[in-house]
Design a protein around this ligand. Structure first.
Ligand code: FE2
Length: 276
């Protein structure tokens, strides 16, 4: 017996709001502002992409985080991070840093470069109540450590987290929300299909090109997907997109600035602990 696939539909299209954060870094907040406050467990998605140093050179000077994870994925440019526990490193093009802030760290995220293109994403992934005060931890991978899967139709999938239908597994380990985070390039006219857990929340973000669903999704747009066990998408032109999915936590979210907790009291405690 074959059970029919339940294809996900495009439920909502989000374009994001231009804003600045850190020391004057120009970015587009795609999740985490008025058009899409959150998509449980995703709390925020910032896209930054500019070749004007004045738009990024200020970077993100020291600031704290508590209660969630930050995922930085760079397509172009270099970013140096340093934290209060003495950890330091540089994220390079194609590299990813999955940081579990847990009980808290104070870190800085500064462009390493003085010129050229800086292009990438920061995603905030919530932690379940039981892990909000976990030890801070890093998972960091260079472009060379991220599997690149070649598809028969000429497409290519970079697998940061989760498993593709062809079996490639991303290096990031996360048992809290079992995320899928893949970066897909697809030639015009070709179709990409991926199995997803039926009730996971999922979105597609178009880096370039145009994707066909019931309506089309263009460059810089995020599509929230309905429930279903399969996503099937067609490239209307040569396209590149992120497909990200995870299990919703369904817990209360109380957020303020760089902290995301479950209760107002925990949030106040975070502000007190970090002297903010
Ligand atoms: Fe940060």
């Amino acid at each position: 017996m074959t059970i029919a696939k339940q294809y996900r539909k495009l439920q909502k299209v989000v374009t994001g709001n231009k804003t600045t954060d850190g020391d004057g870094v120009q970015l587009t907040r795609v999740i985490g502002s008025s058009s899409l406050m959150m998509l449980d467990p995703f709390l925020l998605l910032d896209a930054f992409g500019t070749d004007k140093p004045k738009d990024y050179i200020g970077g993100f000077p020291p600031h704290p985080h508590r209660g969630f994870e930050t995922v930085t994925y760079l397509l172009e440019g270099r970013m140096r991070h340093k934290d209060s526990a003495g950890n330091e490193g540089v994220i390079e093009p194609g590299g990813v840093q999955w940081m579990t802030a847990g009980s808290g760290i104070v870190h800085s995220e500064m462009p390493e470069q003085q010129r050229g293109l800086l292009y990438g994403f920061q995603l905030w992934v919530n932690l379940p109540a039981r892990a909000k005060m976990t030890e801070p931890a890093y998972q960091e991978f260079t472009a060379a450590q991220i599997p690149v899967e070649q598809l028969d139709n000429g497409g290519q999938v970079r697998v940061i987290a989760g498993q593709t239908n062809q079996g490639s597994i991303g290096p990031v380990i996360n048992d809290f929300v079992s995320p899928l985070y893949i970066d897909v390039s697809l030639p015009a006219g070709q179709v990409f299909e991926q199995t997803l857990a039926l009730a996971d929340n999922a979105f597609v973000y178009v880096i370039e090109g145009e994707l066909g669903f019931s309506e089309s999704l263009g460059e810089g747009q995020l599509g929230v997907l309905s429930e279903g066990d399969t996503i099937q998408v067609k490239a209307q032109q040569d396209s590149r997109f992120l497909l990200v999915a995870a299990t919703p936590l369904n817990e209360p979210v109380v957020r303020g600035g760089p902290f995301v907790m479950n209760t107002k009291q925990e949030l106040q405690q975070a502000f007190a602990d970090f002297g903010r």
